[in-house]
Ligand binder design. Structure first.
Ligand code: FNR
Ligand code: 8K6
Length: 347
């Protein structure tokens, strides 16, 4: 019933995955005080090397991208060295790993970077407080100037180059879940009236500039993007968002990325303005390799792949609960059920 997950999958001329089970990016807030990955993190990832591809926890491209405690970075020499230790451990166990590149935009908090502006598409705050730091409420961001945008694009590209230096097999740009890139892609957070706002083409511009800058540095074969056409996390819904993604996805298809990854916690959720599930919507507008995710089991994910709903399956929470998830699925063994208490330690 899950045998199709164990067929190899060729992403492109550069990368072939040994199976179709990906480890989804999972923030664990366990880097050290300089946002350097630790030995415990290297061990944690190495235990999961049987995944066809590991996508690292979201990793900030520069200090003002930080919105949660102890999330790793990829902008200092020490951080690059820390990640080298991780990628070597994964490769030694026969695995592959991409770095997920992150800037939280308006979900950032100056508490983490010693003060200064919080940048977003527009001066529209997200409501609420920082998880695990409930005393910190989000502040109204500064709308990024054209100069800020240029700097951000170049810092994404530098972080991608740093990821290659750290030994990653590629990068997944975090364009999902209401963080910076996603903030440009939705009307709720993008109220700009310049060439980065108002029309689908303009609202897609920042995402495409980041993608193109990274492709120019490390090649399209090693570049992927995660997107959330359905607004549901750190973001308000607006039916006009559909047109933005209708423009963006065909543009991405021209660029021969390694894959596009859905950003969703539960793919059973239906969005009126997408005419259904996020994965079905993406399948309609994006003809290339698509990674599905969101409350799937190996069985339901294998069935979805058999029905061509997507090509590869990313598994998140079950991978926290089961370091040997892939072996268990292969052997038909029961998996341990995830619960939030498991976030307290790296097993
Ligand atoms: C996440 N998710 C997530 N997504 C992302 O793009 N970058 C990240 O760093 C994280 N971090 C993260 C931490 C934790 C604790 C959870 C539970 C989730 C979302 C994750 O990649 C995935 O999309 C969802 O968890 C849905 O998949 P599962 O868990 O139902 O298989
Ligand atoms: C990307 C970084 C995230 C850091 C913490 C993630 C917290 C995970 C929360 C668990 C699941 C919550 C699901 C919320 C989905 C909303 C659906 C309406």
């Amino acid at each position: 019933m899950t045998a199709n997950l164990f067929q190899p999958y060729t992403l492109n001329h550069t990368l072939t995955l040994t199976n179709k089970i990906l480890m989804a990016p999972l923030t664990r807030c366990m880097a050290d005080e300089n946002l350097v990955p630790t030995q415990a993190m290297a061990d944690y990832y190495a235990r999961r090397a049987e995944a066809g591809l590991i996508i690292s926890e979201a990793t900030i491209i520069r200090p003002d991208g930080q919105g949660y405690p102890n999330t790793p970075g990829l902008f200092s020499t020490e951080q690059i060295q820390g990640w080298q230790n991780v990628t070597q451990a994964v490769h030694a166990n026969g695995g592959k790993i991409f770095a997920q590149l992150w800037h939280t935009g308006r979900v950032a908090h100056p508490h983490f970077f010693g003060g200064g502006d919080v940048l977003s598409a527009s001066a529209q705050a997200v409501e609420g407080s920082v998880p695990r730091m409930r005393e910190l409420t989000y502040q109204t961001p500064k709308a990024a100037t054209l100069e800020d945008i240029e700097g951000l694009v170049s810092d994404y590209a530098q972080a991608a180059a740093n990821a290659m230096e750290a030994g990653f097999d590629g990068v997944e740009i975090h364009g999902a879940n209401g963080y910076l890139i996603d903030q440009f892609l939705h009307y709720d957070s993008n109220r700009r009236d310049d060439e980065y706002g108002q029309t689908p083409e303009n609202m897609s511009r920042f995402a495409l500039e980041v993608v193109d800058a990274i492709i120019a540095r490390i090649g399209a074969d090693r570049t992927a993007l995660r997107v959330s056409p359905g607004a549901y996390f750190n973001m308000g819904t607006d039916a006009r968002d559909r047109a933005v993604f209708d423009y963006l996805l065909p543009e991405l298809a021209k660029r021969n990325l390694a894959y596009v990854h859905a950003g969703i916690f539960d793919d059973a959720m239906e969005f009126d303005y997408l005419d259904g599930r996020v994965s079905s919507y993406l399948r309609k507008v994006y003809p290339k390799t698509l990674v599905g995710v969101g409350s799937y089991s190996a069985e339901t994910g294998a069935a979805a792949i058999a029905e061509s709903k997507f090509d590869l399956l990313a598994i998140g929470r079950p991978f926290i609960a089961n370091p040997d998830y892939v072996a268990k699925v292969r052997n038909g063994e029961a998996v341990v059920e995830y619960n939030d208490a498991m976030l307290a330690e790296l097993v």
